[in-house]
Design a protein around this ligand. Structure first.
Ligand code: F6P
Length: 545
């Protein structure tokens, strides 16, 4: 790809800007003109990133040379952007309006998308109105969503985010939603604890319907129903979401109770398909999830139509590439100052690391620069009392994304400022502490003993972004999801890697399958069967097990 000069210029600018402290960058006059973006009810503050006008200009130039906008548009048009799997990546279609036309191989996918959404909305009505009942005619009150990875993390993050939203939780009253993901039996026992199978509906969520962990959990739950009710109870208590509807039928699920999606929806981008919309609508009601889809669609429209200078996900993606590839920061933190977003970092960790944890470009050539960073995070302020020490004074610089809300789901105002104000004071303090630091001189002025000065000095110069949103409701949650999905895609397009495949997770799966076969023999022969693994230490360990 021809962007050698711009790439080299950016590398030179990176060297130059590393010599400038963030303190000085922040004091640049009128920095807010290009660092503070307010769009769609969201404020993006990039003022504490190690960028200036010159850097941004060249990042825009790189984007132009790498045809970023064209590639975004081709993703939106349903073209085959996932080259290794020969597929489109059309998660944006899942939240598009009914009257839009989006084609894959000449077919308008909106027809199928709305057929499934309508089926979900009707099924959800039947369950919640009590016309779809359990085997013993009891109404359904509990839902277990069984899935892993992209078939779990997104739905769980949305569930956690909305379950304290006054609007969303109204319709959830009297219902219970749990997630079963790990094949560890402990997860199974925790999930079924206290649930009455007569009042429980399990949703098996698996794009492939072959993922061993999910299928094992699905079999365990099926047995739970059979033991408690009858062999014939399954059609009343198990439904499925998958692209593999044949396997769903073979499992014994009534095709009427199967909800499809398509190979052009990547697992980690699938929360807006039946993967998320079915279990979450069962719990929150369909209308709430429609608002969530509308929020994501709102951000999709912003992303595809807004010029680069004002485009929230695009700017975040450019800064991501700048931080990882040009400034060399290997990690980034996601720090929502919102307890409701407690599972957001885990979801975005998968979205980003499964997408951009790649070392070869689209054409198979090894890339010569660092790509996707390690993502981790926790809600603030909890994280402050955990890993922020390293963020402030550690040897690794970790750019951070702070997320905060102007209004809280709930608040307590018994003090001079409310509890939410208290939380937000921390959000406003941390990015400046990271950026500005504290010099030895400032410590001395405070009368800090000389021997403590090195310990109490903060280098600062640590970049961060703030995203300030109005309120965490279903619509704004959809917007937030789309921002982070698109950031990952922007980064992948600029690196020219494929953000939509995940071959790297295969090898471990294959080895586990092999070990499973050997384990079967070993168990059958009470520990006498031969175990043969390529690593002698693994062999010894397995024999100890
Ligand atoms: O192991 C990775 C992965 O393939 C993810 O990409 C996917 O989200 C997850 O497994 C679950 O897959 P499925 O939905 O097919 O069960």
């Amino acid at each position: 790809m021809s962007s050698g000069n711009t790439w080299d210029t950016l590398a030179t600018l990176a060297n130059k800007i590393q010599k400038v402290h963030l303190k000085d960058l922040i004091s640049e006059p009128h920095r807010e003109q290009y660092c503070l973006i307010e769009k769609n009810g969201i404020i993006l503050d990039l003022s504490r990133q190690k960028i200036d006008r010159e850097v941004l200009k060249h990042l825009f130039q790189l984007s132009t040379e790498r045809q970023l906008v064209e590639r975004i548009k081709s993703m939106f048009k349903g073209e085959q952007v996932n080259d290794t799997e020969k597929r489109a990546a059309l998660h944006i279609a899942l939240r598009a309006k009914r009257n839009q036309r989006i084609e894959v191989c000449g077919e308008n996918v909106m027809v199928e998308i709305y057929a499934v959404l309508d089926k979900i909305s009707q099924f959800v009505c039947r369950v919640r109105e009590g016309t779809f009942r359990g085997f013993t005619n009891k109404p359904i009150k509990n839902f277990i969503s069984i899935g892993i990875g992209g078939s779990y993390l997104g739905p769980e993050f949305v569930y956690e985010a909305l379950r304290s939203d006054p609007e969303a939780k109204k319709a959830a009253d009297g219902y219970c939603l749990r997630f079963l993901s790990n094949v560890d039996p402990v997860d199974y026992f925790r999930v079924i604890q206290g649930l009455n199978p007569e009042e429980t509906l399990a949703v098996i969520v698996s794009k492939s319907f072959t993922t061993p962990e999910t299928m094992r959990n699905a079999r365990n739950i099926r047995q739970w129903f059979i033991n408690a009710l009858s062999e014939d109870s399954i059609s009343h208590h198990m439904v499925a979401v998958s692209t593999n509807l044949e396997a769903v039928r073979d499992f014994g699920i009534d095709p009427e109770n199967a909800f499809g999606f398509w190979d052009w929806v990547g697992g980690r981008y699938s929360v807006c398909s039946a993967v998320g919309i079915l279990p979450l609508s069962l719990y929150f009601g369909f209308d709430t999830m429609r608002e969530f889809l509308d929020g994501a669609q709102d951000m999709d429209q912003h992303f595809v139509h807004t010029p680069m200078e004002q485009n929230i996900p695009l700017l975040m993606g450019l800064v991501g590439v700048w931080n990882r590839t040009f400034l060399g920061y290997p990690v980034r933190a996601l720090l929502p100052y919102s307890q409701a977003l407690l599972r957001f970092p885990a979801h975005i960790q998968q979205v980003d690391m499964e997408s951009n944890g790649k070392s070869v470009d689209r054409h198979g050539s090894v890339v010569s620069f660092p790509t996707g960073p390690i993502n981790f995070g926790e809600p603030g302020t909890n994280g402050q009392h955990s890993f922020y020490q390293l963020l402030h004074q550690g040897k690794t610089i970790v750019p951070a994304d702070f997320i905060g809300y102007i209004h809280s789901h709930q608040d307590i105002s018994t003090d001079e400022i409310s509890a939410h104000d208290e939380l937000m004071c921390n959000l406003f303090a941390q990015p400046d502490a990271l950026a500005l630091g504290k010099t030895a001189e400032e410590c001395r002025k405070e009368g800090i003993a000389e021997y403590l000065i090195p310990h109490r000095t903060f280098p600062g110069n640590r970049p961060s972004t703030i995203l300030l949103l109005t309120k965490l409701n279903a619509f704004a949650l959809g917007q937030l999801l789309a921002i982070f999905e698109h950031r990952t895609v922007v980064e992948g397009f600029l690196w020219d890697i494929n953000s939509f495949d995940q071959w790297g997770v295969e090898l471990g799966k294959v080895l586990a399958k092999d070990i499973r076969q050997q384990m079967i023999q070993y168990r059958k022969k009470s520990g006498q069967a031969k175990i043969a693994l390529s690593n002698p230490c693994s062999e010894k360990l397995l024999k100890k097990y």
